[in-house]
Design a protein around this ligand. Sequence first.
Ligand code: DLL
Length: 432
Amino acid sequence: MKMFSPEIERMERKEIRAMQLERLRHIVRYAYENVPMYRQRFDGIGLKPEHIRTLGDIEKIPYTTKDDLRDNYPFRLLAVPMKKIVRVHASSGTTGKPITCGYTRADLDGWSTCIARILAMAGATEEDIFHVAFGYGLFTGGFGLHYGIEKLGAAVVPVSSGNTERQIMLLKDFGATALVATPSYAMYLAETAKKLGVLEDLKVRLVCMGAEASTAEMHEALRTILGAFPTENYGLTEVGGPGVAGECREKAGMHINEDMFYPEIVNIEQNRALPEGERGELVLTTLTKEGMPVLRYRTKDITSLTYEPCRCGRTTARMARVVGRTDDMLIIRGVNVFPSQIESVLMAMPELGKTYEIVVDRVRYMDTIEVHVEVEDADLLTDYGKLEELVAKIRHRLRVVIQLDVKVKLVEPFSIRRTEGKVKRVTDLRKM
Ligand code: DLL
């Protein structure tokens, strides 16, 4: 599989670290000199850019959080005057003010390089026709992928999100070979194509997903239905959008674009750095961003890192699939549960459809958790015996994985509402 930037993707670890140190020292000084928030933070604790002499010294720098971005809304974290900014994006946050990001021309160029690398490692070439079903707009997904696809030299069909049946028509008529969507929307498109009887007419061989958590079981289910190779990439608006890391054909973690992002994993409660392989919160520092450099951003995403070279030949650090966000973790009767644990059980059962929702409540001081999941075949719902048996099987498997007794409700295919962007699977009535 051809690498887009072999000189970076195959660097020796020693060289990567040397490059990261040089860039870190530069970006720290740059942020200190150009962003008042960083200067105040540093001055407040007597930290000077020249105190950052080794990569380990990064721990001296205070974290940046979502609140810092909100407090400096919309553009106070920019390190350049507005005339140098050529694009602005913002998070799709549904409540309150969004998080913004400003890009210089060089930032856009670096961003599309990150995406082109990720698409190439997923197996895409300039021969591919990409159907982009991520929303185009303030969301970083649509435009982010768009320019990366162009940089790779493949063809881009900027469909954006919405109107699912029309998407199927375009997928078919334009002969798209690659689909870009959130995992939940990719699944919805696949189910719809199946329902319309056009699955066989589609030429999609690659599904490039991202923007929300997905499980290995979800990837497998998509591979089975669509007959296409699923890969994912990770990113967030705060550090520029998609393209921070992406999966190669080995699907053994997501390769981090380490020349542009410096990753750390920290223990959430104790705020201390964790060694390779341990799971904690991902913290990211942008190493090259001119428009909005971000130092030690607490992503709230839970993952782990490995620095082992990959079988694909790349040497860049890999992050494991994100199990969830610290703020998505449910605490039910004292037990920590990530929605992805529930998903992995449901997606592995062929009797079940691929859409589900989780409802958490508190009844007489006691937390309850209920899973609603569609069955694959509606006839099952008329067979009481089989239904009971399936519910018992799901409850048993969930108990093994999350150690909780879960109420399970099986519902008709297509009865749970689909979303075209990021899916919201959990309703926590305790918080309402
Ligand atoms: O979702 C950027 C993106 C667009 C990434 C398209 C990949 C593809 P935000 O809207 O700011 O940006 O949301 C960022 O989404 O902190 C994660 O919690 C979640 N997320 C993104 N990618 C993944 C992934 C975009 N591959 C937030 N797996 C992040 C799990 C993901 N979670």
